[in-house]
Ligand binder design. Sequence first.
Ligand SMILES: CC(C)(COP(=O)(O)OP(=O)(O)OC[C@H]1O[C@@H](n2cnc3c(N)ncnc32)[C@H](O)[C@@H]1OP(=O)(O)O)[C@@H](O)C(=O)NCCC(=O)NCCS
Length: 169
Amino acid sequence: MQENFSIRPAETEDIAGITCLNDLAFGQPDEGELVHVLIEDGDDLLSLVATTPTGEIIGHIQFFPIDCVPASETVKFAGLGPMSVHPRCQKAGIGGTLITEGLAQMKAKGIQRVFVLGHKDYYPKFGFDVAETAGYAAPWGGPYFMALTLNPGGPEAGQLIYPDAFGSG
Ligand SMILES: CC(C)(COP(=O)(O)OP(=O)(O)OC[C@H]1O[C@@H](n2cnc3c(N)ncnc32)[C@H](O)[C@@H]1OP(=O)(O)O)[C@@H](O)C(=O)NCCC(=O)NCCS
């Protein structure tokens, strides 16, 4: 369904709405729980919500920091996810707007590279490419693991270290 929406940074009081949204969009509680833990652990780099004119949260995107070892130069890497759009509003451009705005803010913050594990036909629309992950060891791989370079610099290879929330070390 086509809805008017606007994008703003998530506030602390949005957490319940964001959790509800993630539960609805994914049909399970895991991603909502991940959002909570990333925030609790201080690993929330950027969280944006899409809201209707009445304030209902119908979209959410979160970015978190990723470290890389051994690093010969400063690492400013990020991960994208989880992201969700209310089932009644999907495929109407809300997800794309959240990604575009989120990436613009990541670029402005000087983030060198963003990694994502997700739909292999969706994220390439925004420039993510499996080839960009070559050289990095991560807890996952394959056609769903993609990256996008936003700024120059950062190690071209190494072991990616995800936040504790991912339980992957
Ligand atoms: C994936 C998701 C966030 C996309 O949000 P959205 O608002 O529906 O996406 P958009 O409307 O901006 O879609 C942009 C384009 O991607 C396409 N697209 C949307 N979802 C897609 C999917 N799962 N796979 C492939 N293409 C998809 C749209 O058709 C559109 O294509 P077009 O530009 O050629 O018209 C949303 O569908 C969702 O919440 N899904 C359930 C949770 C989920 O899977 N989250 C992502 C985990 S990786």
